[in-house]
Design a protein around this ligand. Sequence first.
Ligand SMILES: [Zn+2]
Length: 347
Amino acid sequence: MIKIHREFVGGNICVKSIHGDVISLENELRDSTEWFYWAFCVENAEGRELTFNMQKNRLGYFGPAVSHDLKKWHWLDSSDGDSFTYRFGPDEKKVYFAHNMLYHPDHFLDFLREYGIKSTELCKSRKGRSVPCITLGEGQKSIILTARHHACESTGSYVLEGVLRELIDTPIENTVILAVPFVDYDGVVDGDQGKGRAPHDHNRDYTEDPIYPEVNAIIKYADRYGCHLGFDFHSPWHKGGENDNIFIVRKRIVKQDRYERFSDILQKEISRTDIVYEKKNDHPPMTGWNQEPSPNFGYTMNLREECDLAFALETAYFGTENNKISTDMLIRLGKCFAKAIKNYIEF
Ligand SMILES: [Zn+2]
């Protein structure tokens, strides 16, 4: 019998109805307001052709992300409005479908193993899980790298991995790096939206009295080692407009010359590749949803005396036909970003 479920890391789905080969699904908001993340697994559907009806605005430009092992992902490259149809091959016993290309915590551990690096524990999560982090290098300067302040935003994890690959291969002198790949670790494992979580999400928790142990640990770390540069990797909203781009969320108006310099360097670095990043797409400060003060990572780190620059990089879930997101592209983007960090420091 066909089984449709969310019993895996990152799973999030509610089966509303099954009529023959047509299945209607809804994503679970849990403690978030309207958002679009979902991920489910289909088992025992070998040889069948099934149509999945999603709610409005739940599918990207290239249909669902598809995987057989939660590690390798590709786009189905086919959808029909808010539905998609999948023909299961005779040996396809288990297939995962998701809004975006998930980044499993084991993927991060595989990457560390490749380099012989051990992860350490940042803290215990609210649900008692051990939240992984790594530190690299030694020195007087401190760079803090984070992803998944919003649990569902997996493009940020791939970009972070790319940044780390480059910084491990060619380290920055006199600098210690803290990387926290899953700030909302419980949310990543449980498949929560994370964004807009009640009473507030992890990226609105940089207050005097944080409610999330991960945020508390990052602040304590910054108090001890400083945060000369801070980069926080996100995915934007679902799709459309600026959400189809790669862009920097520019924060403090007094630091605009520094943002401009970083964006110039990043644009130049990326122009050597087939990836599209244009600094004109950066989100300006005090515009639209980007208001100050806001107790988020970028704003709060920027207030620190030693902090030269901190911000969030937003990377689209899907991109566009000429700038299409893939896991490989995201890692290459991260490598370019790391080179930009090095050039920013050196010149
Ligand atoms: Zn975010």
